[in-house]
Ligand binder design. Sequence first.
Ligand SMILES: C[S@@+](CC[C@H](N)C(=O)[O-])C[C@H]1O[C@@H](n2cnc3c(N)ncnc32)[C@H](O)[C@@H]1O
Length: 141
Amino acid sequence: METNKIINADCLEFMATLPDKCIDLIIADPPYNIKKAEWDDIPDYINWLGKRFLECQRILKDNPCQKPMNILQRLIKTSSNPNDIILDPFTGSGSALVAAERLGRYWIGVELSKEYCAIAKQRIFNEGNGRLFDPYEMENK
Ligand SMILES: C[S@@+](CC[C@H](N)C(=O)[O-])C[C@H]1O[C@@H](n2cnc3c(N)ncnc32)[C@H](O)[C@@H]1O
C-alpha cells in the first residue's frame, strides 16, 4: 500500500480500494453539516456519515479512535507507534498529516477539494524532513 500521499477523492471510494484491517489509526474530522461551507451541506447526513464510518471500521486494525497541532500529536503518540500507518479521510488543510509526519508515522490523506489538497501538500512540503513530495509531484497531482 502506498503511503505519504494526499489523494484528491471521495474518501468512501478510496477506502473501498483498501484491504480489511490495514490501518493502525484513523483520525477523522468529517463535515459537520452546519451548512457554512460548500462541502458542509449534505442531504441525508447520518446515512452519508454512516457509510464512511463503516468503511473506517472495516480497514482499521483494532484501535478505533476519533479526533478530539498539540492535541493531534498527543493523540497520535498515545494511540500509535512509530512507523504505523495513519489515515485521515477528511484531510482538509492537513493538520493530522503534519502531526503524523513529525512523529515518524506513515500517513495517507484523502480530501475532496483540490484547493485543500494543495494547502495540505504545501504544509507537508514545508515540513521538509525526508519522505516528502517533490515539487514535480506537487504540481502534477
Ligand atoms: C472539517 S474539515 C477537516 C479539517 C481538517 N481537520 C484540517 O486540519 O484542516 C472537513 C474536510 O472534508 C472534506 N470532505 C468533505 N467530504 C469529503 C469526502 N467525501 N471525502 C473526502 N473529503 C471530504 C472537505 O472538503 C473538508 O476539507
